[in-house]
Design a protein around this ligand. Structure first.
Ligand SMILES: Nc1ncnc2c1ncn2[C@@H]1O[C@H](COP(=O)(O)OP(=O)(O)O)[C@@H](O)[C@H]1O
Ligand SMILES: [Mg+2]
Length: 238
């Protein structure tokens, strides 16, 4: 296996006195899409939060390239190549699409950099450029999700964490979101994705992980997990 870009080793994490993750070990290769699946409450969001600094890491280490980032704050992570689209991500409804985009670059020291980066992203996602002056609160579900994804790209992240990007979307927008995720990945971003639509998530993933009761139960390529009889029966509703 190539050098992992993101690695968790023996991670124990949770909130205060509550331990949610027990000895989690995962490796994600540079340029991959990795998908984490598992039942509700198994700790998927907590795993993402422990990487990003929103949950407490009690033991173990998290490494981004060759830098240990265990316990680093979300702000530091955003300024250092990692962005995170929360499960309940939201846009600022009273602001325009463009103003929302600029918020995604708030860690930049100069405003010109954010403006230039927004223009690059409008080139990449012309649909967003077309609606840049529209108030975000008036967007359709699919447009809003695209804005959330593009806003997280403002910092040109090496790694993006996406928690349930298809949740709450009408079915007709779901394929579109997965196409966007593949497009982001082709632009060079490594992606760790949590997905309740496990079939769909694993089908775009180079690597899959099954989390249950705070432990990684299976690891394999997306295809291996999709074809695994036990994973199918227990976690894919098959
Ligand atoms: N902020 C929090 N404080 C304490 N416990 C939490 C917090 N957030 C989540 N939990 C608990 O952690 C467990 C895993 O939750 P979560 O990571 O959200 O699971 P998933 O994303 O797989 O549905 C659940 O038992 C949940 O109640
Ligand atoms: Mg969750």
């Amino acid at each position: 296996m190539a050098e992992p870009i993101l690695e968790m080793e023996h991670v124990v994490a949770g909130y205060g006195n509550t331990t949610v993750l027990h000895d989690v070990n995962i490796e994600i290769e540079d340029g991959q899409i990795a998908c984490l699946i598992g039942p509700n409450g198994s700790g998927k969001s907590t795993l993402m939060k422990s990487i990003y600094g929103f949950a407490d890491v009690m033991d173990g280490t998290i490494t981004l390239r060759d830098r240990e980032i265990t316990g680093r704050s979300p702000q530091e992570n955003l300024a250092n190549g990692m962005s995170y689209v929360l499960q309940d991500a939201s846009v600022f409804p009273g602001m325009s699409v463009h103003e929302n985009m600029l918020m995604g670059g708030y860690v930049f020291e100069d405003d010109d950099r954010a403006l230039a980066r927004a223009e690059e992203l409008y080139d990449e996602f012309p649909i967003l450029g077309d609606i840049r002056d529209q108030q975000a609160g008036t967007l359709s579900g699919g447009q809003r999700r695209l804005l959330e994804l593009a806003r997280a790209l403002m910092v040109d992240p090496e790694v993006m964490l996406l928690d349930e990007p298809s949740i709450g979307l009408e079915p007709k927008f779901i394929d579109d979101v997965f196409e966007r995720i593949e497009q982001l990945n082709e632009l060079g971003t490594t992606i760790l994705l949590v997905e309740q639509n496990a079939q769909k998530g694993l089908s775009v993933a180079d690597r899959g992980f099954v989390l249950a009761s705070g432990e990684i139960k299976y690891t394999g390529s997306g295809e291996e997990l999709l074809n695994d009889e036990e994973v199918g029966r227990l976690y894919l509703g098959g």
